[in-house]
Design a protein around this ligand. Structure first.
Ligand code: FE2
Ligand code: FE2
Length: 315
């Protein structure tokens, strides 16, 4: 359901009793009705009442107020009023709707440019708060949609990149963008295939396996995308021992970002609830990847993944 000129914001990202700097609209009977004017406050009871309605998980905000909303979230992220956990929730919740747009926006370049400030906010948060990553990770993995998947792979990849010794802010940001867009090529795969329950037939599987190529074609259209981001997208289904796709390259030939995403991508799939599986516990998932899927992943990075999970335990 698209409403031109508006974007979605989750109600959970609005702070009770804090005046907003933008108007809030609700979608009622196919019309956008103004609900709260800029400068007014949302009281707790109203938030709760709205949460129980069907249309209640989000408001609409006018496109021209996008910056005001971004600043509103940013102000909370640097304020003393919220603790680390509340900030992690706010950042994740406010990102969800954005990531949704990244995959649905017909203008991919715009979506790619829009992702950068989002990832910067994540990297700034993890640099400022030692426990940020643990909280972000503990909020991940509850249910599986392409958007959640991309955001969660983004979060895990930032954690794994840091654990593997990448500390440079710019490099971490590139990692975040790379992970967020690793499956962007799935935009070109038909929804019937993407959402099919049970196994795919040969033709469908061949289609699905093209998503790294499709992704590369999409990213090539944007001048601001680095080779590292393209490599992560194109090579994240390669395997350490060389029997992955699409190129069957191996070991160091695979870009480090792609090796990281290969791990976090599988980890997310194994630990996330989908309609047809029972999610695995974090440690079980990594252990299985080490034992049953041995050879697919960079062994040093897989080791580093354990230390990311220790952080999770700490939270
Ligand atoms: Fe993929
Ligand atoms: Fe994926």
């Amino acid at each position: 359901m698209d409403t031109p000129g508006f974007f979605k914001v989750r109600i959970s990202t609005l702070i009770p009793e804090k005046p907003t700097s933008f108007d809030l609209y609700l979608r009622i009977n196919d019309q956008n009705i103004i609900y709260l004017r800029a400068g007014d406050k949302l009281v707790q009871e109203k938030i709760e009442a709205l949460g129980s309605r069907d249309s209640g998980s989000h408001f609409l905000v006018k496109e021209e107020d996008r910056k005001a909303y971004k600043n509103y979230v940013h102000d909370q992220m640097i304020s003393e009023d919220l603790n680390v956990r509340e900030k992690a929730i706010l950042l994740r919740e406010s990102s969800m709707t954005l990531v949704e747009e990244l995959y649905e926006n017909p203008d991919v370049n715009k979506a790619l440019d829009g992702a950068r400030p989002l990832i910067e906010e994540f990297v700034t948060f993890m640099k400022a708060e030692p426990e940020a990553m643990a909280h972000l990770i503990s909020l991940s993995g509850h249910d599986f949609y392409t958007y959640n998947h991309s955001l969660d792979v983004g979060i895990y990849s930032l954690g794994l990149a840091e654990a593997s010794g990448i500390s440079n802010k710019k490099e971490l940001e590139e990692m975040g963008i790379a992970a967020l867009f690793h499956d962007v090529g799935k935009r070109q795969v038909s929804l019937d295939i993407l959402c099919k329950k049970g196994g795919l037939n040969d033709a469908e599987w061949a289609q699905m396996q093209k998503h790294p190529q499709y992704g590369l074609l999409i990213l090539n259209q944007n001048d601001n995308i680095s080779d590292a981001v393209k490599a992560a997208c194109f090579e994240h289904h390669e395997s350490w021992t060389g029997n992955g796709y699409p190129q069957s390259i191996s070991g160091d030939e695979i870009h480090p970002f792609a090796r990281i995403v290969a791990i976090t991508d599988t980890y997310d799939a194994l630990t996330t609830q989908r309609s047809y599986n029972v999610p695995m516990k974090p440690l079980d998932a990594v252990t299985m990847m080490k034992e049953k899927l041995a050879g697919r992943y960079d062994p040093d990075l897989l080791k580093a993944m354990y230390s990311v999970l220790f952080k999770l335990k700490a939270a």
